[in-house]
Ligand binder design. Sequence first.
Ligand code: CU
Length: 475
Amino acid sequence: MAISRRSLLQAAALTALAPPTFAATKADYTIRIAKGLAELAEDQIVSTTLYNGQFPGPLLRFKEGQRVTVDMFNDTDTPELLHWHGQQIPSEVDGAAEEGSPYILPHGMRRISFVPKPSGLRFYHSHVTAGNDLDRGTYSGQMGPVYIEPNNNPGAFDREIFLTLKEFAPTFSKSGDMASDALAGQMLHDLVAVGKKADEQARVKTKGYEVGYQLFSINGRMLGHGEPLRVKQGERVLLQIVNGSATEIRSLALPGHTFKVVALDGNPVPTPAEVPVLWLGTAERVSAIVEMNHPGVWILGDLADDDRGHGMGIVVEYAGADGKPQWTTPKPSHWDYSMFGRKPAGLVRPDQTIELLIVKHNAALEGFNQWTLNGVAFSMQTMRPLYKVQTGRRYRVKIRNGSDDIHPMHLHRHSFELAQIGGKPTAGVIKDVVMLGGYQEAVFDFVADNPGRTLFHCHQQLHMDFGLMALFDYA
Ligand SMILES: [Cu+2]
């Protein structure tokens, strides 16, 4: 599983070579990785690995373009990696071993320095392989929000509230309940055929393990157990939401209110639009303004009754209102990224197109599904790059999903622009994670403008650990 002996030795060598002068000056930020307790409710206290002893980890506010130094101490017995999700920074500080970032060794430390960018809502989280260990990687409590202050803020609002969505107490199961009908668009027949063929060829006829959770939280508290969001009538509240889940796609609704989506993955959208329900794939961020114009005591929560019932929600309480928090299930709707985009103006011609096909191999790896991209499951042993890109060129990635699962596909160290999603052409939606629907395809463009090894993977921990990952390198 997890870490090869070679990469550990490499990490050890690099640490040994590091000059011992780090303690001379104080870093701008210090993150300590250690076991601790997260009190989700008075009678639900979980033991997990945390950043600075708290969940979520501290909100880190950076200024775009202003260099920071960060000390990362690993007080655990296992190597760690801290990844700066959504930032365009060098490979050696990005925090992914596949890109060449060294591990933070057990009871060791690493000081890094980088220039934060781009502005907007980002986050930081563990990037180690978890494999079959549900205490590791993003299954743990290692995540926290990052906000990179822009020069100008999109939209007018009175107040800003950060919300971190996170599940705890994971277990393996043999059934999943992924909300597969959440996304707009149709299944493509040729991709259904790919999935059917893979199922027929599979030696094991049952599907592999999935992960389920017992406890759900927003900002580390189960629904009804933390402080409510106290609001006033007429207030415009900007919600900065991070889906910190290891594996789940989340929805959020607030009865009687709509969400005006102003940014996706921290990047302002060309067409801010109001929706009744937000959907966030694993690691996605949504910035949305809610106009508080429906007084009462409400539940801002997940559409899934079971998840909300086990904590995925937070109470919104208007000044002067009292009573039991109310919930009503909204009418069914689909999440369509293209509604926040603009019409493509003419034809943008990429320099090259990279076509990738995802296939699921049922329970092929000791009961776990194995995933391939163009027939290759990523190997942590060889870490062989799948594709070489050239600086300055615009690449179009066409990713096709031959499975029924939704894949939140994430590109490190670069942002991309959606070109087509759910069968619809679009432009101007800049992201670093996109949910790819079951048997659907997505097309996005990125410019190779940040030399260094670059990871492209599904952010579902169970998928990335079992093959759904590719490395791009610069020629
Ligand atoms: Cu996936």
